[in-house]
Design a binder for this molecule. Structure first.
Ligand code: HEC
Ligand code: HEC
Length: 401
């Protein structure tokens, strides 16, 4: 009986050897989904019409320096790289990020950020350059001012800046006091800002936006490289059973099947970055944070948005902002679907680091009670399989060194 079964399996395996869907028993429909999740489906970096410097190699080089430059902070100790640590998938493993103070949210990984339309957990920014200048004036992150940034650029980066963006305007301490800023929430900084001449304020804003554009050119380049899962899909596509079996365990394969099937994870975690770039309330019930409901007004009022004076885009190109979903009721408690690339390497999880381990995330989904998720039928063994699959999504990252 046993040898009969073995022989049968052998014949069945061979009989369908020319059918690409046979390895590990994937149907044609499932194979389509697998390929759509694989990095081989990731298109080239999308254009950012609001930042005409986004692919300028000089801007990438300057942006990388600014990303790691701690002088752009009140205590000379905080850079973007303090929280977005390259060796930790550009996060920090903390539940709540720490800069000058402690923030109210968890650091997001920057993997494939260029493919997103909205930035931050609440999507209150609509471009990477406009995003980049947010943390600089946040009192708990860099605790800095845009006027002080303009001075640092003038003092330390004049040549590099001017090669990309043209001549720097004249900036001195009298016409532009370093403490001046409209964006820190500090009344003294605001008074100093309001006392500046309109032309000087405009000049500082322009430099500030350009700092964002250079940093964005760097951040844009942070992209994932193939993980075990991507190599598995390539092997299955070629019907290479031996390679496929070495790449993913039976449990991980079963987890993948659940992920794209019964568990409906691909309702939101889809495409090669495993995110729909959209906002959902998955039932975390965070009493302190309404998420996207507040992000909508913030991005619409932002002077640095796609439709603003500092954007390089024609208004027609700002499609996302012009057709923004303004439904605050639906978006109450909704947060951006995070990428699942490298997810196993960067606990804790969720927008405020509420959940410590991947298994706990999956258990949470089962009892979340949100209308948007329905995973009540999954057993503990199912969760372990999904966890095994999620671990195959870790791979090296590409970024300019
Ligand atoms: C104090 C730690 C800290 C510092 C410093 C910091 N970040 Fe962040 N970063 C965060 C946190 C926390 C979030 C999520 C914040 C939120 O949603 O309100 C975030 C979100 C982001 C995002 C959004 C990613 C996405 O998918 O939406 C980008 C991009 C980013 N940061 C880049 C930067 C850059 C560039 C700098 C430097 C100018 C920087 N960060 C400085 C902690 C930090
Ligand atoms: C309705 C959309 C939706 C569905 C369905 C969904 N997710 Fe999520 N997922 C999200 C959102 C949104 C977050 C972030 C929520 C937050 O922090 O407030 C998230 C967070 C996560 C995280 C944490 C990642 C991190 O960096 O914090 C993991 C892991 C995860 N989801 C895996 C899954 C798995 C596995 C499934 C299927 C069982 C699934 N998700 C189904 C939208 C969804």
């Amino acid at each position: 009986m046993f040898s009969f079964l073995l022989a049968f399996c052998f014949i069945a395996g061979h009989a369908s050897a020319d059918n690409s869907a046979s390895v590990h028993g994937w149907s044609d429909e499932e194979m389509k989904t697998l390929r759509s999740l694989s990095l081989s489906s990731l298109p080239p970096l999308p254009a950012d019409p609001s930042n005409k410097y986004s692919d300028d190699p000089r801007a990438i080089t300057l942006g990388r320096k600014l990303f790691f430059d701690k002088r752009f902070s009140a205590n000379n100790k905080v850079s973007c790289g303090t929280c977005h640590i390259p060796e930790m998938s550009f996060t920090d493993k903390l539940p709540l990020a720490k800069g000058m103070g402690t923030t109210t949210r968890r650091t997001m990984p920057l993997i494939g950020a260029a493919y997103q339309s909205w930035f931050f957990w609440d999507g209150r920014k609509d471009s990477l350059w406009s995003q980049a200048i947010g943390p600089i004036e946040s009192s708990v992150e860099h605790g800095f001012t845009r006027a002080h940034c303009a001075h640092l650029i003038t003092d330390h980066y004049r040549r590099e800046y001017e090669e990309i963006f043209g001549n720097l305007p004249k900036i001195d301490h009298k016409s532009c006091p370093p403490k001046a800023s409209p964006g820190t929430g500090n009344p003294e900084a605001l008074r100093a800002w309001n006392a500046m001449k309109p032309d000087d304020r405009e000049a500082v804003n322009r430099i500030y936006a350009n700092i964002g554009k250079a940093i964005a050119a760097f951040v844009r380049q942070i992209t994932p490289q193939p993980a075990l899962f991507d190599r598995y899909v390539a092997a299955v596509t070629k019907n290479d059973r031996d390679a496929a079996e070495k790449l993913m365990s039976a449990d991980a394969v079963a987890g993948l099947k659940l992920f794209i099937g019964k568990a409906k994870c691909t309702n939101c975690h889809l495409g090669p970055l495993f995110t729909n770039s959209s906002f959902h309330n998955i039932g975390l019930n965070d009493p302190k944070d309404v998420g996207r409901a507040e992000g909508i007004d913030k991005v619409m009022k932002d002077e640095f948005n796609c439709l603003g004076d500092y954007s390089d885009a024609k208004p027609d190109a700002c499609v996302e902002l012009r057709f923004i979903d303004r439904n605050k009721i639906k978006n109450r408690g909704a947060f951006k679907t995070p990428t699942l690339r490298n997810v196993a390497d960067r606990p804790p999880y969720m927008h405020a680091g509420q959940i410590k381990t991947l298994f706990e995330v999956l258990s949470f989904y089962r009892r979340s009670g949100s209308d948007e998720v329905d995973h009540t039928e999954l057993s503990n063994a199912d969760l372990e399989k999904i966890e095994a699959f999620l671990k195959t999504l870790s791979g090296p990252l590409n970024y300019p060194h």
